[in-house]
Unconditional design. Structure first.
Ligand code: ATP
Ligand code: LTN
Length: 336
């Protein structure tokens, strides 16, 4: 909490083209807090380099992710939108928090286990301490709520453990953050393997619907989505593909599962898949239009990120100063 105002913080990595999973699980929910909370939404480029990135692509995606934040409804006047590496306090606090995080805790993180299997040739220390940098992102802003997809819940729980451990030794340092996980859209699954999370770094582009896919592509991908040999559109255990499509359709149309089952009673999967594709394309169209305008104005995006970094730095500097004092670091006289 910053004074009387509650704080919302979240981030997305510029590690690929953003998917409808990123939108429905995270970004769409960021704007719920814009009015009543002080909101910090960050493009986490330092996290992205835990796996190898092509420099030109990382740079381009950093602009693109910022443009998508705005196109998805985050007004830069009401939200602090910025790039993580522009505020050096993130990595500085991360070092300190590393000294308050246990090896065993980090070893239990499922994202680390998944990513180290996937990138077996590059199991670097950054991949291992990734959640500590994430804890630093969150704690620097005295955050109350962290809107995320369910896959990030374990990381926010670790962040709470780190904050608690630090506060036990140095009382009153950090606000305790709460993960906020939307009821609908918290885990959108791959269209090709519906038991696996839809992920922007999936090599199979047909498994993933990107926010920027055009209507024909979206419809084609939903048509090819893996389902089952049943023909009845209903939500049930074991029908992972249909359950996923129902959850996507429900998110884009606000219809309940019962309404969806009634709507498609006696109709086959083909009709249903087409309807999901159309609803998704219709919802994404205004975002895509706004995005195209924003991306054409690089100077504007640079202005947004500069203003965001200035606002974020102000708060980050204060928290880091407090932490250093509590630890017993000598504060240079030029900083007081
Ligand atoms: P990567 O494939 O590079 O690991 P990702 O697609 O998992 O990326 P992140 O940048 O790690 O995306 O996540 C940004 C936010 O989007 C997080 O809050 C995460 O929980 C959420 N998110 C990611 N994928 C999904 C999904 N399939 N369903 C719901 N939320 C998701
Ligand atoms: N680890 C997150 C991205 C992220 C984040 C954060 C989310 C980095 N820092 C702080 C919430 C709060 C992910 O989605 N992979």
């Amino acid at each position: 909490m910053l004074g009387e105002t509650k704080v919302s913080f979240s981030g997305v990595q510029p590690s690929g083209n953003l998917t409808i999973g990123n939108y429905l699980g995270a970004i769409r929910n960021f704007s719920l807090y814009s009015e009543a909370y002080k909101c910090f939404y960050c493009v986490v480029d330092s996290h992205a380099i835990t796996v190898r990135q092509v420099p030109a692509e990382l740079r381009r995606r950093t602009y693109e992710t910022l443009a998508l934040y705005i196109a998805c409804g985050l007004d830069p006047q009401k939200n602090t939108l910025y790039v993580q590496s522009h505020v050096h306090e993130h990595t500085e606090l991360a070092w300190i928090l590393n000294c308050f995080t246990m090896f065993g805790e980090l070893s239990r993180m499922t994202q680390f286990k998944d990513k180290s299997t996937k990138h077996a040739d590059n199991i670097n220390a950054g991949l291992f301490t990734y959640p500590v940098l994430m804890a630093s992102d969150i704690l620097l802003y005295q955050t109350d709520v962290v809107p995320i997809g369910i896959d990030q819940k374990q990381h926010v729980e670790l962040c709470r453990n780190i904050a608690d451990r630090f506060n036990q030794i140095y009382p009153g340092t950090f606000t305790m953050p709460e993960p906020i996980i939307a009821k609908d859209g918290k885990k959108i699954m791959s269209l090709a393997e519906p038991t696996k999370k839809m992920s922007k770094s999936d090599e199979n582009a047909n498994a993933v619907v990107y926010i920027l896919d055009d209507k024909d592509t979206i419809i084609r991908k939903f048509k090819r989505a893996v389902t089952d040999s049943d023909t009845c559109v209903r939500f049930a255990e074991g029908k992972d593909g249909i359950n996923n499509l129902m959850s996507i359709y429900s998110c884009f149309t606000q219809k309940t599962y019962e309404e969806i089952e009634r709507e498609f009673e006696g109709r086959g999967y083909g009709d249903f898949k087409l309807a999901v594709g159309e609803a998704c394309a219709a919802a994404l169209e205004p975002i895509q239009k706004e995005y195209a305008k924003l991306l054409a104005d690089k100077a504007y995006l640079e202005q947004v990120m500069a203003k965001g970094a200035e606002e974020a730095s102000y708060v980050a500097r204060r928290t880091l100063g407090k932490v250093k004092k509590k630890l017993g670091f000598v504060i240079p006289s030029s900083h007081t």
